[in-house]
Write a protein that binds this ligand. Structure first.
Ligand SMILES: Nc1ncnc2c1ncn2[C@@H]1O[C@H](COP(=O)(O)OP(=O)(O)OP(=O)(O)O)[C@@H](O)[C@H]1O
Ligand SMILES: [Mg+2]
Length: 301
């Protein structure tokens, strides 16, 4: 691969949400600040939504690393689970011992006992659910019931939901209105702008160990921004391909042609293509001509 060519120690644009590559984009920093504040208030549900590939899983992992020691965490990365499976997953995460024969009531009882026990140690419990849009409706209800246990001053279990915009559609369903009302904090991740794409790309290159001249100049990053709409995952794919192309030509710098080729080779990336632009220009000319004719005829009358 191109590591030696660019003098880097690892691939800078892998798709794994690796926290050592975290770049403090304003939206991501805000999200983390909201989450930490919300968790300190000890209230029920907190929700973070964002389009596909905007960094939700990365923020989950960052939060898991950054939560102070007075929080016990349970992390469910893939919640396409029935209520029973969800309860078992939560129990597992909280080190609750269960036999295969434990019935649902016993499940709930044991989880509650464990929550009380943790609370007595002056700690809070946070259940973090990634991909929350995949939670079946019945499991969302099971989740709500799990959070019912509370002391006079705070909930024993706080739930943090990370999901794609489909999560909001789900929560808008009438049968979930009770849960929706309990969401005390929510945050929507924003996409990057062109300057942020530039900083983001530079940051990832630096973390990978790159020390040379700017590899992706402003023009390239502007193009990356347009094609990705500022979505980090798509930027990663395009940068990786651009680096491969430049490497293939033995070049030490990525050019706009490399970026363009990378875009053409990537389905998720879109540039307003020249056909579309031509159609829009012709439509504008026709409209202008019609308007001019109309104005001229009105003037003649
Ligand atoms: N602030 C950031 N700093 C560094 N890398 C980032 C940042 N935000 C996103 N990324 C990178 O973008 C890619 C996509 O991020 P992630 O997998 O967290 O997105 P997601 O929102 O969870 O996507 P999905 O909706 O498909 O689950 C990952 O490679 C991740 O490392
Ligand atoms: Mg994710």
């Amino acid at each position: 691969m191109y590591l030696y060519h660019y003098g880097i120690k690892e691939l800078p644009f892998t798709l794994t949400p690796n926290t050592s590559y975290f770049f403090g984009l304003p939206s991501h920093k805000e999200a983390l600040a909201v989450l930490l504040t919300a968790l300190k208030t000890g209230e029920g549900f907190i929700k973070v939504t964002g389009e596909v590939g905007t960094g939700k899983t990365l923020i989950c992992r960052k939060l898991l690393n950054e939560l102070p020691g007075d929080f016990v965490t349970a992390y469910i990365p893939n919640p396409f689970l029935s209520p029973a499976e969800l309860r078992r997953a939560v129990a597992n995460e909280l080190n609750v011992a269960l036999t295969d024969h434990s019935d649902q009531q016993e499940f709930t009882h044991r989880i509650q006992q464990r929550l009380i026990h943790i609370h007595q140690q002056n700690k809070g419990v946070v259940l973090i659910i990634d991909e929350a849009q995949a939670l079946p409706l019945e499991s969302i209800e099971a989740l709500r019931l799990m959070t019912n246990l509370e002391t006079e001053s705070r909930k024993l279990l706080q739930v943090l939901l990370f999901g794609q915009p489909e999560l909001d559609q789900k929560l808008a369903l009438p049968e979930l209105r009770q849960l929706k009302q309990r969401i005390t904090f929510s945050y929507t991740l924003r996409l990057m702008d062109a300057d942020q794409v530039f900083q983001y790309v530079r940051h990832r290159m630096a973390v990978a160990g790159y020390k040379g001249r700017e590899l992706f100049n402003r023009k390239c990053c502007e193009r990356l921004f347009k094609a990705s709409k500022g979505t980090p995952r798509i930027v990663n794919v395009l940068c990786h391909k651009s680096l491969m192309l430049a490497y293939g030509e033995g070049k030490k710098e990525v050019t706009i042609q490399h970026v363009n080729l990378a875009i053409q080779d990537t389905e998720a990336a879109l540039l307003p293509n020249s056909h579309m632009r031509l159609i829009v220009i012709i439509a504008c000319i026709i409209l202008l001509a019609l308007a001019a004719t109309f104005a001229y005829e009105s003037w003649l009358l």
